[in-house]
Design a protein around this ligand. Structure first.
Ligand code: NAD
Ligand code: LMR
Length: 338
């Protein structure tokens, strides 16, 4: 087994191994970028998920501290930490689900595409590791720009001969979480009662809330639809500006990522009717990837829902979303192919 950290890590690991051998059945989950703004609260939330038996925390910095800290929580999952690229494959071996929030976040004035330069290479390296060490794992990709990084991951897996479109999911849950919250505010109801499908992608106009399909069925004035669509599309920027240079959404994102990962694990367990929006390999439009509702099962995104009926406002939004998405996807594909 890898000897992880210089001080204390081996002791932690040996204890963890003993417990893992006799431990409760469950799924093995890795978080890549686990010491970051999203990674830390996400590690906490996955540690309290009863479906998780083993939790691997990987980052290029600070995992010894995060691992020691989270490992003291008296919940079932055994926690192991991995530091730096030489330990990537050990972090990934045997994993059922890999969640990737690694990479740099936006500062005010930046678009998500401005992160491409740095994050594209990070995602490529991590996905090469997945192809080597856990090619059958479900991958939840959070690193921005999601509209491009999912295409990068797909190309890396294709190159390695391990690509399974059902197992690669770009995480757009935060858009749904925001949409549910903002729509509930307008309707004056509890957000837990609201379900807003959000389709397209995860940046600006590519984020397309389908307000005509909100549950419970609701009608909105043109002004309300415009206000809600803009607020949902710019929710990320709202947080980036409020944080004023200190990063982007981390806490609401960790919540959203934990919610989505939990659904993936329930799907892996074989539960029926697990449905979430996600950015996946898709034939719903002419684009190779598109976010819609998907049914999650033992092999990942087993069924991709169609868009359903759109109103005029949404049809115009869809065209705008598709043209920006096409470019972002192409940029991701070209990064690996060229
Ligand atoms: P952060 O800077 O706080 O944390 C990122 C972590 O990634 C750091 O700990 C860093 O050390 C680590 N990292 C960097 N290179 C790495 C590598 N090669 N391997 C492993 N780990 C590496 O950033 P954050 O706020 O946690 O955001 C992370 C990413 O998530 C950003 O790209 C951000 O834009 C994106 N994000 C996506 C969504 C979404 O809805 N999909 C929402 C919020 C943020
Ligand atoms: C978000 O939607 O909060 C994330 O994509 C981070 C960002 O840059 O806005």
């Amino acid at each position: 087994h890898p000897s992880n950290f210089k001080e204390g890590g081996d002791v932690l690991l040996n204890k963890a191994n003993c417990r893992a051998k006799g431990g409760a059945p469950g799924f093995k989950v890795a978080i890549l970028g686990a010491a970051g703004g999203i990674g830390q609260p996400l590690a906490l939330l996955m540690k309290i998920n009863p479906l998780v038996s083993v939790l691997h925390l990987y980052d290029v910095v600070n995992t010894p501290g995060v691992t020691a800290d989270v490992s003291h929580m008296d919940t079932g999952a055994v926690v192991r930490g991995f530091l730096g690229q030489p330990q990537l494959d050990n972090a990934l071996t045997g994993m059922d689900l890999v969640i990737i929030p690694a990479g740099v976040p936006r500062k005010p004035g930046m678009t998500r595409d401005d992160l491409f330069k740095i994050n594209a290479g990070i995602v490529r390296t991590l996905c090469e590791g997945i192809a080597r060490a856990c090619p059958n794992a479900i991958v939840n990709l959070i690193s921005n720009p999601v509209n491009s990084t999912v295409a990068i991951a797909a190309e890396v897996f294709k190159k390695a001969g391990t690509y399974d479109p059902k197992r690669l999911l770009g995480v757009t849950t935060l858009d749904v979480v925001r949409a549910n919250t903002f729509v509930a505010e307008v309707l004056g109801v509890d957000p837990r009662e609201v379900d807003v499908p959000v389709v397209g992608g995860h940046a600006g106009v590519t984020i397309l809330p389908l307000l005509s399909q909100v549950k419970p069925p609701s009608s909105f004035t043109a002004e309300e639809a415009e206000y809600l669509t803009n607020r949902i599309q710019n929710g990320g920027t709202e947080v980036v500006e409020a944080k004023a240079g200190a990063g982007s959404a981390t806490l609401s994102m960790a919540y959203a990522a934990a919610k989505f990962a939990n659904s993936c694990l329930h799907g892996l367990k074989g539960e029926a009717g697990v449905v979430e929006c996600a950015f996946v390999d898709s034939q719903v439009t002419e684009l190779p990837f598109f976010a819609t509702k998907v049914r999650l099962g033992r092999s990942g995104a087993e069924e991709i829902h169609q868009l359903g009926p759109l109103n005029e406002y949404e049809r115009i939004g869809l065209e705008k979303a598709k043209s920006e998405l096409a470019e972002s996807i192409k940029k991701g594909v070209d990064f690996i192919k060229k």
